[in-house]
Design a protein around this ligand. Structure first.
Ligand SMILES: Nc1ccn([C@@H]2O[C@H](COP(=O)(O)OP(=O)(O)OP(=O)(O)O)[C@@H](O)[C@H]2O)c(=O)n1
Ligand SMILES: C[C@](O)(CO)[C@H](O)COP(=O)(O)O
Length: 229
């Protein structure tokens, strides 16, 4: 069940319109990034965290990591222009074989109870992702003219963590680099090497904090969790 996790945290947070890396914004008096890192720091199966960062934030992040006793952070690696390149940079620092998780730093509400079913699925199948059934009707359009309604029953809203055997993930990333392919999630790279990917149903709390409205939902999730304690 042991794994290592790559956490991409080198984005600019442009859609959050916060004027800085959204991961430095605080929820419940703690930076979003620290909420996310704590999940893996506190999971006994996690053997190491590889963090892709903006080098300009390195000093600030190192101080945060130290003051929050995040002892499982093994390396801070420079992020790239795209999420995929940030993850690839981190992947190149990983030597041990085994299961690798990739989890967006912008998803601080991942339920630790979902990690182990996801890892077990990846151990069995080679690749597994968290996803939830789509709730809205999804349509394709040309500009603003509808061209197609996509059958909803087979649609999933994909999240992270995504879990892979190291050998599968590095092969997929190497091929994407060779082919100049850019995907919006890691599984889309793994699909290109004909690897079956299993969906493990997640939950709707595992939102990616992307736009200002998501901070309202974040406060509600924090309140719900406090009320449940
Ligand atoms: N070049 C990049 C882009 C994104 N990320 C990380 O990938 C995760 C998901 O990306 P997203 O939510 O899109 O974050 P940003 O790219 O920062 O947001 P935006 O697109 O609004 O700038 C985030 O934790 C982000 O920090 C990264 O490490 N390197
Ligand atoms: C990986 C991801 O979180 C799956 O839904 C999503 O694709 C990331 O997209 P972003 O635009 O890089 O945030």
């Amino acid at each position: 069940m042991a794994y290592q996790v790559i956490i991409p945290a080198a984005g600019q947070g442009k859609r959050m319109e916060a004027g800085k890396n959204k991961l430095l914004l605080e929820i419940n008096d703690l930076p979003i990034l620290i909420h996310t890192l704590n999940v893996f720091q506190n999971d006994e199966a996690c053997n190491g965290i590889f963090l892709a960062i903006n080098p300009q934030e390195e000093q600030e992040l190192r101080e945060m990591i130290e003051s929050n006793q995040l002892t499982k952070v093994i390396a801070l690696v420079p992020g790239g222009k795209e999420r995929q390149y940030s993850i690839y940079n981190a992947l190149k620092h990983i030597e041990k074989e085994g299961i690798i998780l990739v989890h967006d730093a912008a998803r601080p509400f991942i339920d630790k109870g979902l990690l182990h079913p996801l890892i077990k699925a990846a151990e069995k199948e080679g690749a597994a992702i968290l996803a939830v059934p789509v709730k809205d009707t999804i349509k394709k359009a040309s500009g603003t003219i509808v061209t197609e309604t996509v059958e909803r029953s087979s649609l999933w809203a994909v999240q992270t963590p995504q879990a892979f055997r190291f050998s599968i993930l590095i092969e997929a990333y190497n091929k994407a680099e060779e082919d100049g392919f850019l995907g919006t999630d890691d599984a889309s790279l793994v699909e290109r090497i004909d690897q079956e990917i299993v969906i493990v149903q997640g939950n709707y709390d595992n939102i990616k904090l992307t736009t200002p409205e998501d901070l309202y939902f974040a406060e509600a999730i924090i309140k719900k969790r406090k009320d449940q304690q």
